[in-house]
Design a protein around this ligand. Sequence first.
Ligand SMILES: O=C(O)CCC(=O)C(=O)O
Ligand SMILES: [Fe+2]
Length: 223
Amino acid sequence: MILSIDNVLTAQELEQIHVILKTGEFVDGKLTAGTFAKTVKDNYQLKGNTDAAAEVKAVVNQALKRNALFQAAVRPKSIRPILFSRYQPGMSYGLHTDNALMGDENLTRSDLSLTLFLSAPESYSGGELIIDTSLGEQSFKLNAGSMIVYPSTFLHCVSEVTEGIRLAAVTWVQSIVRDADRREILFDLDTVRRAMFEKYGKTIEFDLLSKTHANLLRKWAEV
Ligand SMILES: O=C(O)CCC(=O)C(=O)O
Ligand SMILES: [Fe+2]
Protein backbone atom coordinates (compact mmCIF):
# COMPACT_ATOMS: atom_id res chain seq x y z
CA MET A 1 0.00 0.00 0.00
CA ILE A 2 1.26 3.45 -0.93
CA LEU A 3 -0.23 6.01 1.40
CA SER A 4 -0.57 9.71 0.71
CA ILE A 5 -1.21 11.81 3.81
CA ASP A 6 -2.11 15.48 3.48
CA ASN A 7 -1.41 18.28 5.94
CA VAL A 8 1.12 16.41 8.05
CA LEU A 9 2.69 19.78 8.89
CA THR A 10 0.83 22.94 9.82
CA ALA A 11 1.52 26.15 7.87
CA GLN A 12 3.38 27.43 10.92
CA GLU A 13 5.61 24.34 11.12
CA LEU A 14 6.35 24.56 7.40
CA GLU A 15 7.35 28.18 7.82
CA GLN A 16 9.57 27.30 10.80
CA ILE A 17 11.31 24.57 8.77
CA HIS A 18 11.79 26.87 5.78
CA VAL A 19 13.38 29.57 7.94
CA ILE A 20 15.86 27.06 9.36
CA LEU A 21 16.64 25.41 6.02
CA LYS A 22 17.31 28.81 4.47
CA THR A 23 20.38 29.39 6.61
CA GLY A 24 21.25 25.79 7.54
CA GLU A 25 24.47 24.21 6.30
CA PHE A 26 23.95 21.62 3.56
CA VAL A 27 26.44 18.89 2.63
CA ASP A 28 26.75 16.39 -0.24
CA GLY A 29 23.89 13.87 -0.05
CA LYS A 30 26.25 11.05 -1.08
CA LEU A 31 27.48 11.00 2.54
CA THR A 32 24.29 9.24 3.65
CA ALA A 33 23.78 6.90 0.69
CA GLY A 34 24.68 3.22 0.40
CA THR A 35 27.62 2.16 -1.79
CA PHE A 36 25.63 1.76 -4.99
CA ALA A 37 22.94 4.40 -4.39
CA LYS A 38 25.82 6.89 -4.06
CA THR A 39 26.52 6.57 -7.77
CA VAL A 40 23.10 8.00 -8.67
CA LYS A 41 22.44 10.33 -5.73
CA ASP A 42 22.94 13.98 -6.58
CA ASN A 43 21.48 16.32 -3.96
CA TYR A 44 22.37 18.28 -0.85
CA GLN A 45 21.40 17.36 2.67
CA LEU A 46 21.16 19.40 5.82
CA LYS A 47 24.20 18.67 7.97
CA GLY A 48 23.20 16.36 10.84
CA ASN A 49 24.24 16.90 14.48
CA THR A 50 23.65 20.65 14.49
CA ASP A 51 21.14 22.68 16.51
CA ALA A 52 19.35 23.58 13.30
CA ALA A 53 19.01 19.90 12.32
CA ALA A 54 17.81 18.97 15.82
CA GLU A 55 15.08 21.62 15.64
CA VAL A 56 13.68 20.59 12.25
CA LYS A 57 13.93 16.89 13.09
CA ALA A 58 11.92 17.51 16.27
CA VAL A 59 9.20 19.32 14.32
CA VAL A 60 8.81 16.43 11.87
CA ASN A 61 9.02 13.72 14.54
CA GLN A 62 6.31 15.45 16.54
CA ALA A 63 4.13 15.72 13.43
CA LEU A 64 4.55 11.99 12.72
CA LYS A 65 3.75 11.12 16.33
CA ARG A 66 0.44 13.01 16.36
CA ASN A 67 -0.69 11.82 12.91
CA ALA A 68 -3.34 9.17 13.61
CA LEU A 69 -3.40 7.85 10.03
CA PHE A 70 0.38 7.41 9.93
CA GLN A 71 0.39 5.67 13.32
CA ALA A 72 -2.48 3.31 12.41
CA ALA A 73 -1.25 2.41 8.93
CA VAL A 74 2.48 2.18 9.65
CA ARG A 75 2.69 1.04 13.29
CA PRO A 76 6.19 2.44 13.70
CA LYS A 77 8.61 0.60 15.93
CA SER A 78 11.58 2.80 15.13
CA ILE A 79 12.12 5.76 12.85
CA ARG A 80 15.54 6.65 11.42
CA PRO A 81 16.80 10.22 11.89
CA ILE A 82 15.01 12.50 9.43
CA LEU A 83 17.10 13.73 6.47
CA PHE A 84 16.36 17.12 4.89
CA SER A 85 17.31 17.23 1.23
CA ARG A 86 17.64 20.03 -1.28
CA TYR A 87 17.64 19.56 -5.04
CA GLN A 88 18.74 22.45 -7.24
CA PRO A 89 18.34 22.57 -11.03
CA GLY A 90 20.22 19.65 -12.60
CA MET A 91 19.99 17.48 -9.49
CA SER A 92 18.20 14.13 -9.23
CA TYR A 93 18.35 10.81 -7.43
CA GLY A 94 18.49 7.96 -9.95
CA LEU A 95 16.77 4.60 -9.67
CA HIS A 96 17.83 2.80 -6.49
CA THR A 97 16.74 0.57 -3.67
CA ASP A 98 17.05 1.73 -0.07
CA ASN A 99 19.33 -0.26 2.22
CA ALA A 100 17.42 -3.00 4.03
CA LEU A 101 19.25 -2.38 7.30
CA MET A 102 20.29 1.05 8.51
CA GLY A 103 22.28 2.39 11.44
CA ASP A 104 25.34 1.10 13.26
CA GLU A 105 24.59 -0.12 16.77
CA ASN A 106 20.80 0.04 16.72
CA LEU A 107 19.92 -1.49 13.38
CA THR A 108 16.63 -0.39 11.86
CA ARG A 109 15.06 -2.53 9.15
CA SER A 110 13.56 -0.32 6.46
CA ASP A 111 10.00 -1.60 6.07
CA LEU A 112 8.66 1.75 4.85
CA SER A 113 10.20 4.81 3.26
CA LEU A 114 8.63 8.24 3.44
CA THR A 115 8.96 11.55 1.67
CA LEU A 116 7.47 14.64 3.26
CA PHE A 117 7.29 17.32 0.59
CA LEU A 118 8.36 20.76 1.84
CA SER A 119 8.28 22.93 -1.30
CA ALA A 120 5.12 24.11 -3.05
CA PRO A 121 4.82 21.98 -6.23
CA GLU A 122 4.45 25.06 -8.44
CA SER A 123 7.74 26.49 -7.11
CA TYR A 124 9.89 23.91 -8.94
CA SER A 125 9.82 21.84 -12.14
CA GLY A 126 10.61 18.11 -12.17
CA GLY A 127 11.53 16.54 -8.85
CA GLU A 128 8.76 13.92 -8.85
CA LEU A 129 9.20 10.91 -6.61
CA ILE A 130 8.72 7.99 -9.01
CA ILE A 131 8.02 4.56 -7.52
CA ASP A 132 8.36 1.43 -9.62
CA THR A 133 5.41 -0.59 -8.30
CA SER A 134 4.07 -3.94 -9.49
CA LEU A 135 1.36 -1.95 -11.34
CA GLY A 136 3.91 0.22 -13.14
CA GLU A 137 5.51 3.54 -12.35
CA GLN A 138 3.67 5.92 -10.06
CA SER A 139 4.73 9.52 -9.86
CA PHE A 140 4.20 11.82 -6.88
CA LYS A 141 4.62 15.53 -6.37
CA LEU A 142 2.58 16.59 -3.37
CA ASN A 143 1.70 19.87 -1.71
CA ALA A 144 4.12 21.25 0.82
CA GLY A 145 3.41 19.56 4.15
CA SER A 146 2.00 16.36 2.58
CA MET A 147 3.69 12.98 2.65
CA ILE A 148 4.03 9.72 0.72
CA VAL A 149 4.70 6.53 2.68
CA TYR A 150 5.64 3.47 0.60
CA PRO A 151 7.08 0.00 1.10
CA SER A 152 10.88 0.17 1.00
CA THR A 153 10.81 -2.92 -1.22
CA PHE A 154 10.18 -0.83 -4.36
CA LEU A 155 12.80 0.62 -6.69
CA HIS A 156 12.31 4.39 -6.89
CA CYS A 157 13.95 7.61 -8.02
CA VAL A 158 13.61 11.40 -7.90
CA SER A 159 13.42 12.91 -11.37
CA GLU A 160 15.70 15.80 -12.28
CA VAL A 161 14.76 19.20 -10.96
CA THR A 162 14.93 21.57 -13.91
CA GLU A 163 13.80 24.81 -12.25
CA GLY A 164 13.45 26.05 -8.68
CA ILE A 165 14.36 24.22 -5.48
CA ARG A 166 12.89 20.97 -4.17
CA LEU A 167 13.08 20.62 -0.39
CA ALA A 168 11.95 17.37 1.21
CA ALA A 169 12.27 15.43 4.43
CA VAL A 170 12.87 11.70 4.09
CA THR A 171 13.25 8.82 6.48
CA TRP A 172 12.67 5.11 6.99
CA VAL A 173 10.53 3.21 9.42
CA GLN A 174 10.69 -0.24 10.94
CA SER A 175 7.15 -1.35 11.65
CA ILE A 176 6.10 -3.62 14.48
CA VAL A 177 4.29 -5.54 11.69
CA ARG A 178 6.99 -6.49 9.21
CA ASP A 179 4.81 -7.88 6.43
CA ALA A 180 3.05 -5.25 4.28
CA ASP A 181 -0.01 -7.45 3.57
CA ARG A 182 -0.50 -8.15 7.26
CA ARG A 183 -0.08 -4.48 8.05
CA GLU A 184 -2.82 -3.65 5.56
CA ILE A 185 -5.20 -6.28 6.99
CA LEU A 186 -4.71 -4.86 10.48
CA PHE A 187 -5.17 -1.31 9.25
CA ASP A 188 -8.41 -2.21 7.42
CA LEU A 189 -9.80 -4.09 10.42
CA ASP A 190 -8.94 -1.23 12.72
CA THR A 191 -10.55 1.28 10.36
CA VAL A 192 -13.78 -0.74 10.10
CA ARG A 193 -13.96 -1.37 13.84
CA ARG A 194 -13.54 2.32 14.62
CA ALA A 195 -16.14 3.30 11.99
CA MET A 196 -18.61 0.78 13.44
CA PHE A 197 -18.07 2.16 16.92
CA GLU A 198 -18.73 5.68 15.66
CA LYS A 199 -21.90 4.57 13.90
CA TYR A 200 -23.43 1.97 16.21
CA GLY A 201 -21.56 2.17 19.51
CA LYS A 202 -20.12 -0.81 21.36
CA THR A 203 -22.07 -3.66 19.75
CA ILE A 204 -21.20 -7.37 19.88
CA GLU A 205 -20.04 -7.07 16.25
CA PHE A 206 -17.64 -4.33 17.31
CA ASP A 207 -16.39 -6.55 20.15
CA LEU A 208 -15.76 -9.47 17.78
CA LEU A 209 -13.91 -7.29 15.30
CA SER A 210 -11.87 -5.83 18.15
CA LYS A 211 -11.03 -9.33 19.34
CA THR A 212 -9.97 -10.43 15.86
CA HIS A 213 -7.88 -7.31 15.37
CA ALA A 214 -6.16 -7.74 18.73
CA ASN A 215 -5.57 -11.46 18.19
CA LEU A 216 -4.02 -10.94 14.75
CA LEU A 217 -1.86 -8.16 16.16
CA ARG A 218 -0.69 -10.57 18.89
CA LYS A 219 0.21 -13.14 16.22
CA TRP A 220 2.02 -10.76 13.91
CA ALA A 221 3.57 -8.03 16.05
CA GLU A 222 7.30 -8.01 16.74
CA VAL A 223 7.91 -5.99 19.88
O1 LIG B 1 13.43 12.68 -1.92
C1 LIG B 1 12.71 11.72 -2.12
O2 LIG B 1 11.52 11.85 -2.44
C2 LIG B 1 13.24 10.29 -2.01
C3 LIG B 1 14.67 10.22 -1.61
C4 LIG B 1 15.18 8.82 -1.60
O3 LIG B 1 14.76 7.98 -2.33
C5 LIG B 1 16.20 8.43 -0.62
O4 LIG B 1 16.72 9.30 0.10
O5 LIG B 1 16.53 7.24 -0.55
FE1 LIG C 1 15.41 6.05 -1.69
